[in-house]
Design a protein around this ligand. Sequence first.
Ligand code: HEM
Ligand code: SF4
Ligand code: SF4
Length: 529
Amino acid sequence: MMIGLRTVLRHGFDHVERLLDAAFGPDWNPLAQLGTLGWFLFWIVAFTGVYLFIFFDTGITAAYGSVLWLSTDHWWHAGVARSLHRYASDLMIVVMFTHLVREFAMDRYRGARWFSWFTGIPVIWFVYLSGITGYWLVWDQLAQYVATTTTELLDTLGIFGEPIARNFLSPQMLSGRFFTLMVFLHIAIPLLLLLLMWIHIQRISEPRTRPPRGLAAITLGALTVAALMSPAVLQAPADLATVPQRVGIDWMILGLYPVINAVPSGVIWGGVVVFTVLLAGMPWLPPKSEGRAAEVFLDHCNGCERCVADCPYTAITLEPRSDGAPFAFEVAVDPARCVACGICMGSCPSSSPFRRSGELITGIDLPDYPLARLRADVIEAAEALTGDARVLTLACEHGAGARSSPGFIGLPCVAMAPPSLIDYILSRGLADGVCIAGCAERDCHNRVGANWTKARFDRQRDPYLRTRVPRERILTVWAGCSGSGRLQSELLAFTKRLEAMPRFQNARAMSSDEKNDALRKARPQRAAE
Ligand code: HEM
Ligand code: SF4
Ligand code: SF4
């Protein structure tokens, strides 16, 4: 059931994102920028909050007056800041839940990637707590409703010596000290939220926390227009001598409050626990069977650090050299963080399929899909190709080329293929063209695979694709799971272009000895499977 749900959602997201790609371009696609937008909205809320504090009076009697004053007399700056503060918080809730569902749909929450999911759960609660504690500072009737409902619910836990809801029984009961505590909570909880958001991205290398400038400008612009067109309202002042009859609710942050009033507190607390535990358990429902972690072969490692820089999940660390070789460093893989994407193998200078002497071992290899097997797969797939425009496709398992067809080799990430493999395919005459069918450009399944591949081909990131490799014989297609139609039509057009080209002069066909040798070297690994 989980797999079916994920597949439907994944295709649904991909369809919508293709439309957004057309409108915004892949780099500004908002659905591919939900994490960065979450951070951006947090900073809008934080800055507008600090600005509001300049004008806010923290006394119980003066708080309402100060909010009224800034919303009316100073509506054009402080009032706008207040509306921005509110609307950015609302949007943060939408962004957060869409991000959660999307990470689920893309299956980026299980296996070694459990950490970001797990640490995202307290983030949900702290976003809500920040919003709730903000609402009661205004000290209007909505604040009164939120404060009484929240404290009554907390009292049912029986953890406070004195019931805290008592503070709101009558005007005389609410002390200035208690109100100051409420103000303090609205500062402390968002600070803790920031800490949790920081922890949330600790297992991601170079996490993206800033949206592209254009998207940030559009978001801020849209929020400002909303703030000007529909300023945040202020309700009648709180009056603890009466019970507010009708309060306008912010459905994003306080949407569950009417439910709290309607059902027994046990159901609410039970719901909170079940929701949290179920969400926390999801990475193991069922656990993901990832390939074995990458393995380092010190004899072929010079400690160049490229794999450390390229690993998307901070799974590789640089260590002092331990084997006496004349290099300062070596690398080590933390199996608990490795998702077996193979990107490190693609970045290692030792990953050369051209090598003929000895076994084909590289500095860092995937035990379940080593370089030797990749080379053998390429040779075997090439044998099945015929005609004047033979195309070998290196396809990402998460993209449009996931379903295998003749000449397709599925990889956990296209960045697993070292650029020298493309050189090898073309210069050994194994194919007339190579197609790199990666997943959606807007958001690579392994975060950086698409970027590293492009940068290697453009000779901006080591290992470079050699200049001798004819670029016109390489096709790169970035397409998500629903883009197989586009991939097929681009492949067709590429084949036609190849047919019209003169034969590639520099290709030197492999001898059968050479092929057999390469296939033999992959055999021990295949036998072990
Ligand atoms: C407003 C709150 C949140 C913010 C600002 C936020 C931000 C981020 C950011 C910046 C990333 C890194 C993206 C990248 O560079 O690839 C990320 C990844 C992720 N987040 Fe969140 N997040 C939030 C809430 C959540 C929640 C509630 C969950 C789920 C319970 C969640 C689950 C994940 C997962 C699974 C990843 C992917 C990790 C990976 O690629 O391995 N996040 N988030
Ligand atoms: S396979 Fe390599 S790049 Fe990928 S997560 Fe593991 S160590 Fe990092
Ligand atoms: S890329 Fe290869 S040679 Fe460089 S540190 Fe990593 S394993 Fe060693």
